[in-house]
Write a protein that binds this ligand. Sequence first.
Ligand code: NAP
Length: 223
Amino acid sequence: MRIAVVGGHGKTGRAVSAALAARGATAVALGRADWPDLAGALAGCDAVYLIAPNLHPDEPAYVGAVLEAATAAGVGRLGYHSVASPYAPEMPHHLGKARSEDLVRRSGLAWTILQPGAYLQNLDLTEPVRVPYDVHATFGFADLADVAEAAATVLLEDGHAGATYELASRVATVAALAAEAGVTVEQVDDPGTHPWLSAMFAYYDRHGLPVGTLPLRALLGGS
Ligand SMILES: NC(=O)c1ccc[n+]([C@@H]2O[C@H](COP(=O)([O-])OP(=O)(O)OC[C@H]3O[C@@H](n4cnc5c(N)ncnc54)[C@H](OP(=O)(O)O)[C@@H]3O)[C@@H](O)[C@H]2O)c1
């Protein structure tokens, strides 16, 4: 199987490509340089895994272009890398994924949507942890390796067309993870690096981002 990974050079794309290769598939990582002829780059692929870059200013346009190219190239199978709780209008980048999910579902392709929670790898637990939100808020954290395995499963195995799976490896608070790792933790001010990140931190502060763990367990158990 030859699988294109759009956005394949980022940390998610590299993990997905590695999981695909470990199962004997050929992963073709695509980046910005492939964008001018995406349909050409997708030709001959059996499936595509679609990852938008972090905080893309217009994710539905990015996703729409890939759907169009996949259709033109005759790639019938598509996995879309979304996020847990995409329809959270207070977080613009989540809303971009909610709108993109709608495009994916109406694309006519055999699609599967993965909705990972915040990656465990976002936190560096080897040093004091400082986050700009309530350290006692509840999250469903996703281990990137688990997410990549789930992506490989839905792309290489039958039975996942038309499915949407939220993905979390464990439910925890940042305070609990820091205590486990033996490091200190504190809430700090929002650094204000990007308005969409500020919106996300404000949401996390109030609501966390809870995600159930059963779908991921079922997917990995079956692989
Ligand atoms: N971090 C989390 O906790 C988390 C949780 C759930 C979901 N997600 C989602 O996971 C995705 C992020 O994955 P990541 O961190 O691996 O991504 P990333 O590092 O931001 O993505 C980099 C890839 O996107 C390509 N790219 C960047 N800008 C582009 C543009 N304008 N047009 C076309 N391609 C472009 C890059 O191409 P080049 O190779 O040419 O540089 C590269 O292949 C996001 O959609 C994010 O919302 C993240």
